[in-house]
Design a protein around this ligand. Structure first.
Ligand code: AMP
Length: 277
């Protein structure tokens, strides 16, 4: 496994790879969710590249960029065990030199949910992912279902800009009580950690209602909202029942749908989602 910090070194190493390259972009502080992406990439490609970069451009002014957890040595150890080949850990100066002035703006699918709550977030995501794709030139890139809208945005960008990269979406990895693994879970207090299971409970309820034949999206929104409101530590940012492909809110469930939530527990903002059949 090689850990490299510069674009020049990455490009030189990339030239030596001729077979399928799988790429897993991350912000580090790795957990089993990230590692599921790496494992999948390992089985499907002859080389695996992982990036670890906390991208300032995707954080809003009042968001947790400075406090985002970082622990590179532990990340390297975990990636070594998963047999990743190249770890790219660039600096901000490497990715955004002072003259940097090009941005990717994916429209429509970025207008709702995370895009509405976090203005500029997906502009930062799309731009860094496009840069990393140009550098790594992967055959396949791996993203988590946990960030469902991000996967939709990246797929849109790849299709619109003819990037020719296969986007593989990997199911969400959860703790034993259902909480979706996230680097941000470390910020939860013990009471907050207990309260955070309300997201999984609410999404499970949405799935059960869907399976029971409920087609009225507003009724599902109402029931899961009231379940979350019973948890005193939880504050709702959004509750969405949307078209799984376009992310447009539905009133009637007559196509593949996605239930998604953003909930704050104390100062920690958590997101999660589940498909509705
Ligand atoms: P992040 O480091 O949070 O930017 O995440 C890097 C990648 O890992 C993204 O594609 C995420 O969707 C994915 N990911 C994060 N948490 C999970 C999880 N619990 N299960 C599956 N994938 C995840």
């Amino acid at each position: 496994m090689q850990v490299i910090e510069t674009i020049a070194e990455l490009m030189a190493l990339r030239q030596q790879l001729s077979d399928a390259v799988g790429f897993v972009p991350t912000m580090g502080y790795l957990h089993q969710g990230h590692l599921a992406l790496v494992k999948r990439a390992r089985t499907e490609n002859s080389a695996v590249v992982v990036s670890i970069y906390v991208n300032p451009a995707q954080f809003g002014l009042r968001e947790d960029f400075a406090g985002y957890p970082r622990e590179l040595d532990r990340d390297f150890e975990l990636l070594q065990r998963e047999k990743a080949d190249i770890i790219f850990v660039p600096s901000d100066a490497e990715m955004y030199p002072p003259e940097f002035s090009s941005w990717i703006d994916v429209q429509k699918v970025t207008e709702r949910l995370e895009g509405a709550s976090r203005p500029g977030h997906f502009r930062g995501v799309a731009t860094i992912v496009a840069k990393l794709f140009n550098l790594v030139q992967p055959s396949r890139a791996y993203f988590g279902q946990k960030d469902a809208q991000q996967a939709v945005v990246v797929k849109r960008m790849v299709a619109d800009l003819d990037m020719g990269i296969e986007i593989v979406v990997v199911p969400t990895v959860r703790e034993s009580d259902g909480l979706a693994m996230s680097s941000r879970n470390v910020h939860l207090s013990p009471e907050g950690r207990r309260a955070a299971t309300v997201l999984f409970k609410a999404l499970t309820l949405a799935q059960q209602l869907g399976r029971g034949g409920e087609k009225d999206a507003e009724e599902i929104r109402r029931q899961i909202t009231s379940l979350i409101q019973k948890e005193p530590l939880a504050g709702i940012d959004y509750v969405s029942i949307a078209d799984a492909r376009t992310l447009e809110e539905l009133s009637f469930i007559d196509r593949p749908a996605l239930a998604s939530l953003a909930v704050t527990i104390g100062r920690t903002r958590l997101i999660d989602n589940m498909p509705l059949e």
